[in-house]
Design a protein around this ligand. Structure first.
Ligand SMILES: *[C@@H]1O[C@H](CO)[C@@H](O)[C@H](O)[C@H]1NC(C)=O
Ligand SMILES: *[C@@H]1O[C@H](CO)[C@@H](O)[C@H](O)[C@H]1NC(C)=O
Length: 202
């Protein structure tokens, strides 16, 4: 398969996922006054992480939307506390989702330039785009203004919505279909992540 085609479909899929989150007000210049350096700040951390470890690009794309229960809300980032259990250790995610340290590093840099302004889920949205660009995929304008989830649900994440790494083809197709994604979308997203993980694109 040509390397370029999955990227193009990922682009369309990511846009359609963004379109389905229900936030009508997302726009690329959401932080143009409150945090004009957000793009360059995120990009420089992604650049250094992906240069060191190209597979990190795939991890950041995965963190953004595909394998979270509710979608693009950053809920996957929430750590467990004594009174709260998030989704990090859900069956499909435990020991399988990676890249949290890169997100923490990006967040720390963004907080230095504009404290308390940019949501974590917007950081993930920019980092996912920058990862794709670094790995020679297409570029696009990232629409911003998402709010972070304040909650997550271990049981929901374990309820069968998120495809585990062990899912077979039928299960994968069904689980993506439940999110409104076609088999073609599923192949593009999973295939691209696998390609990036294995660096077939090089
Ligand atoms: C997650 O993985 C760790 C390390 O393998 C294991 O100790 C822990 O029990 C797992 N948690 C769940 C909820 O499966
Ligand atoms: C996929 O897994 C499900 C659940 O274990 C099983 O019922 C089904 O037969 C499997 N399908 C294929 C094609 O392996």
């Amino acid at each position: 398969m040509a390397a370029a085609s999955p990227f193009s479909v990922v682009f369309v899929v990511v846009i359609s996922i963004l379109g389905s989150t229900g936030y009508a007000q997302l726009c690329p210049n959401f932080y143009s006054k409150s945090c004009p350096k957000v793009f360059s700040t995120v990009e420089s951390v992604v650049e250094s992480a992906v240069s060191k470890e190209p597979r990190m690009g795939a991890s950041l794309v995965r963190l953004f939307c595909v394998y979270t229960y509710l979608g693009c809300d950053g809920s996957i980032l929430l750590d467990d506390t004594s009174s709260f259990t998030g989704e990090k250790t859900a069956g499909p995610n435990n020991n399988s989702v990676t890249g949290f340290e890169v997100v923490d590093a990006i967040k720390a840099e963004v907080e230095k330039v504009c404290p308390g302004v940019v949501s974590c889920t917007d950081i993930l949205a920019i980092a996912a785009r920058d990862s794709v660009v670094k790995l020679r995929g297409p570029d696009w304008d990232v629409k911003l203004g998402r709010r972070d989830s304040k909650t997550a649900s271990l049981s929901a994440a374990n309820s069968g919505v998120i495809p585990p790494p062990t899912a077979n083809l039928t299960q994968l197709i069904n689980r993506f279909a439940a999110r409104g994604l076609s088999a073609k979308d599923m192949v593009a997203l999973s295939g691209s992540i696998i390609c990036w993980k294995n660096m077939i694109i090089w």
